[in-house]
Design a protein around this ligand. Structure first.
Ligand code: F6R
Length: 605
């Protein structure tokens, strides 16, 4: 969703900011804007455009010079996508410009008051109230003007502010929406996402909620919204600028599917302890005694991360014998759930920014629960809010549709399940068995990816379907759910996932040749049950594509995947279906990396 990028230094700022905005495009947006100034020239120059960053670029005049600037990609919340509603927002005098991520909850109230005072609004956005509040502050310093405005605001924000009378600085503030400073050599950057920074610097400072910062070309300082100085030591981002490039692939989705061999290798690296047949997960902040005291595990996430959590819950139950389940964080946070002190809560999120997950974490912590994070983006809001956790080390995921992060998250859960299991009753030999299985994963993923040509043919064969049914039983069910989500979001083909065990209770009525079924059929103790489901579908002339460990007689087509340990099979079985979704979308000419109506990080409700 919305993205912020800003720069102060000696370089020509507009090209830098436009390049930064391009790096944020993957998050999803509908309009963009830029404002620049410089300590030498008074006044702010602004351009905004509905549409893509390239539309904005086309509107930027040749003489749009400056050495200080802020820019934004907007995802409409208050007011339709339009030039007027795009950020930055300026006051009537053209002195203050603000870009904002998040939502101002009391915007209508503030707008009514400002309008009654004679302020004329140029947009329908909530952000514009912030601009006017800053412009109307009588404080002398820009920092105090911003502070005065923030005191009146309720809601979430990451903001960057430029003022024509203070053109030697950018003032930024954070409450619930990420703000990251990039520290350069006599130049400073700011962004809502490190993706916009890593081409220039890997030294970053992530602001905390309630923190502000002043950026000057050769200096920065951080302080609370109350004005107390805070200490901020830069850390080095692991991800390199090249990780954000397409690396010879036609889409990020394709690249990220193929990166899974290395990504899985990375999440395992340095964590396996052969001596005790367990794993080291130092970041959990949970000693063996505390781990043993856990009576229940509750996993919370949204979308694909929720599906990874469903797989994780099964692994934890199987390997650690702790009752575990997963629930969409978006549901959990609204149902006044009973928060139990003996339950270990785990928040799962690729971005670490998803608002519903963050809100669930905050609610849990307020009630005294212990919350771990299983997160990809280092230093993200959920990672910081959690009491401990583990990073899934998938590397940056740019495609809106999650693939490698899903797989890495399921592997991370296998590690956690093994760890919890070995502090309890999982035997040394079972520990060894799981470790051997984990070590096989990268080579097995490579084996699956080698089948891409065959899977492409299958995708061409199924691309004319209007709807598809995905079924799986127990370990296969979350795999079916994730595969169904992947297909629908990237190809726009309607898809539905059902437990195979529920077929007779309703969905069988749908079966006919026009509705293909994708069945997850692992070679485990439920194989015969799954085969019976295939029989039932076949008997009603249904077409079946099976993902299995051996050819399935009743299926029209089978994608054979390598067998691992039963508990780890779900990690692998979804991978060919990522390729199926990808090639189906390709056959249908879809915008694969940016499916319609979707954003990479859902930072609003
Ligand atoms: C689907 C997808 C989404 C995300 C969901 C949660 O491909 O990417 O369903 O999984 O929006 O996002 P994170 O994991 O960033 O919390």
């Amino acid at each position: 969703m919305c993205g912020i990028v800003g720069y102060i230094g000696k370089r020509d700022v507009a090209p830098l900011l436009l390049e930064g905005l391009q790096r944020l495009e993957y998050r999803g947006y509908d309009s963009a804007g830029i404002v620049v100034t410089s300590p030498k020239t008074a006044g702010l120059k602004m351009v905004k455009a509905k549409g893509r960053v390239r539309d904005l670029e086309a509107k930027v005049p040749a003489r749009f010079k400056g050495t200080v600037g802020i820019a934004h990609t907007r995802w409409a919340t208050h007011g339709a996508p339009s030039d007027e509603n795009a950020h930055p927002h300026m006051d009537a005098e053209g002195k203050v410009a603000v870009v904002h991520n998040g939502i101002i909850d009391n915007a209508s109230e503030l707008r009514a008051k400002l309008t009654a005072d004679g302020v004329e609004f140029l947009s329908e956005t909530d952000t514009e109230v912030v601009t006017h509040l800053i412009a109307r502050s009588q404080a002398e310093k820009l920092e105090d003007k911003v502070r005065d405005a923030l005191r009146l605001i309720e809601g979430t924000y990451g903001i960057a502010v430029l003022h024509a009378d203070f053109s030697d600085r950018i003032v930024v503030a954070r409450n619930g929406s990420p703000v990251v400073l990039g520290i350069g050599e006599k130049e400073m950057f700011v962004a809502s996402d490190v993706a916009a920074l890593v081409a220039h610097t890997r030294q970053i400072v992530t602001l905390d909620d309630g923190e502000m910062a002043t950026l000057k070309a050769d200096d920065f300082r951080t302080y609370t919204t109350e004005g107390t100085r805070t200490t901020a030591s830069p850390t080095t981002v692991e991800w390199e600028a090249e990780s954000y490039d397409m690396g010879g692939h036609d889409t990020y989705m394709h690249k990220e599917i193929h990166e899974q061999v290395d990504a899985v290798d990375r999440v395992l690296r340095g964590r396996i302890d052969d001596r005790f047949s367990t794993v080291h997960l130092g970041g959990l902040n949970l000693d063996a005694r505390e781990a043993r005291a856990v009576r229940r595990v509750k996993i919370l996430g949204c979308g694909t991360s929720y599906h990874a959590g469903m797989i994780g819950a099964q692994m934890i139950e199987e390997l650690a014998r702790i009752p575990a389940d997963a629930e969409p964080a978006s549901e959990f946070r609204y149902r006044n759930a009973v928060v139990d002190p003996d339950t270990l809560y785990i928040a799962v999120s690729q971005s670490g920014e998803t608002y519903d997950v963050l809100a669930a974490v905050q609610e849990l912590k307020r009630k005294g629960a212990r919350v771990l994070g299983v997160v990809n983006v280092v230093g993200s809001a959920i990672a910081r809010e959690a009491d401990g956790g583990m990073y899934v080390h998938a590397g940056p995921e740019v495609c809106v549709v999650s693939t490698k992060c899903f797989t890495n998250t399921t592997v991370a859960f296998a590690l956690l399940a093994l760890h919890l299991g070995r502090t309890r009753d999982l035997s040394v030999s079972d520990g060894k068995r799981i470790i051997a299985g984990l070590r096989k994963l990268p080579a097995q993923i490579a084996e699956i990816l080698e089948q891409e040509d065959e899977i492409k043919k299958l995708a061409d064969e199924y691309a004319d379907a209007k709807s598809m049914l995905f079924i799986g039983r127990v370990r296969g069910y979350p795999v079916a759910r994730e595969a169904s989500l992947k297909l629908k979001e990237v190809s726009y083909i309607h898809a539905e996932a059902y437990p195979a065990s529920e077929l007779k209770h309703g969905p069988l009525a749908l079966i006919e040749p026009a509705l293909p079924t994708v069945a997850i059929v692992p070679d485990d103790d439920l194989l015969e049950k799954n085969r019976a489901a295939l029989e039932e579908i076949k008997a009603r002339s249904g077409r079946i594509l099976a993902v299995a460990h051996q050819e399935q007689e009743k299926a029209d087509r089978t994608i054979v995947v390598p067998k691992n340990e039963d508990e780890l099979d779900p990690i692998l079985m979804g991978i060919p279906l990522q390729l199926l979704a990808y090639h189906t979308a390709l056959a249908l000419g879809r915008d694969i990396d940016k499916p319609r109506n979707l954003a990479k990080s859902v930072t609003v409700e």
